[in-house]
Write a protein that binds this ligand. Structure first.
Ligand code: COA
Length: 258
């Protein structure tokens, strides 16, 4: 594994943890951090040992407090569009479409690009001190890393409109009530709780989980018929060693080894 300036990687058996590590800037996403996340995630995706990735922030205050405002304050129209396009392609859409599941462990502020990053993950767990919001309109801009699309998918259009228009922050409990996070736990237990979920995932077929991600994501991709993607992905499973192992293990009354 290569070394990075802004992120740390820890591996524990089949589970990798990526820690965004700019605590003095509340882990704000500068360009270098986005590039490093892309590189680290690509590397973990091609590591056969790694079956689940947990993404979190360093310290006990912030997951990610947004895109690094100091980097884009002077941008013009085309630089703004390019920032958004590149970020979406290299990191946010990249995570969403990864075949390795990524769990966001939201350990504090998840604002702007930080909440967008958590929403690009496959699901989210928050610590009880976490605060979430999309404050971009307070800066005269809109969410640019998929926030206008993914927040309505998770919380519904009306709530998303209110959150984005008010630029307000919601608590972890409210986020859970709205379906934005799946669980809220005390901060000291956040990582172990995520690791328990991750471990359950590692017992299942990684091939099948990758296919689930493709099929579920197809539901949110206009122009693609999700049922057709499901048929294709379902069919593909029948040609795999995991399917042979999973069904044989069931019939032989033993645990499968994926
Ligand atoms: N971009 C760049 N720097 C950021 C940042 C961001 N999104 N969020 C925080 N920081 C920096 C602060 O500038 C400060 O740096 P400094 O010590 O060099 O001055 C440092 O992180 C600590 O933040 P600070 O504001 O002092 O902490 P706080 O506890 O008073 O407030 C927040 C915490 C999260 C409420 C506040 O930092 C904030 O509103 N951040 C911006 C959130 C935002 O609008 N994000 C959307 C960006 S699109």
């Amino acid at each position: 594994m290569m070394s990075f300036n802004n992120i740390l990687i820890e591996k524990n058996n089949n589970i990798a943890r990526i820690i965004i590590n700019r605590p003095k800037k509340l882990n704000a996403l500068n360009k270098e951090t986005i590039d490093e996340l892309h590189e680290a995630i690509s590397e973990l995706e091609s590591d056969e040992q790694i079956r689940v990735i947990i993404l979190t922030g360093s310290g006990d205050k912030a997951f990610v407090a947004g895109a690094d405002i100091s980097e884009f304050a002077g941008f013009d129209i085309s630089q703004g569009a390019e920032l958004s396009r590149k970020g979406q392609n290299n990191l946010f859409n990249f995570i969403e479409n990864l075949s390795t599941p990524v769990i966001a462990a939201i350990n504090g502020f998840a604002l702007g690009g930080g909440l967008e990053l958590a929403m690009a993950c496959h699901f989210r767990v928050a610590s009880d001190n976490a605060k979430m919001g999309l404050p971009e309109v307070s800066l005269g801009v809109i969410p640019g890393y998929g926030g206008t699309q993914r927040l309505p998918q998770l919380v519904g259009k009306g709530r998303a409109m209110e959150m984005i228009m008010t630029a307000g922050m919601i608590t972890a409990d409210d986020a859970k009530n709205h379906g934005l996070v799946n669980h809220v736990v005390v901060q000291e237990e956040l990582i172990s709780f995520c690791e328990e979920i991750a471990q359950k995932i590692t017992f299942n077929s990684g091939m099948a989980i990758g296919a689930v991600i493709k099929a579920v994501n197809a539901n949110f991709n206009s122009g693609i018929n999700g049922y057709d993607v499901e048929i294709e992905q379902f069919g593909n499973c029948f040609g795999t060693a995991d399917f042979e192992e999973g069904t044989s293990a069931f019939l032989e009354k033993r645990r499968p080894k994926f």
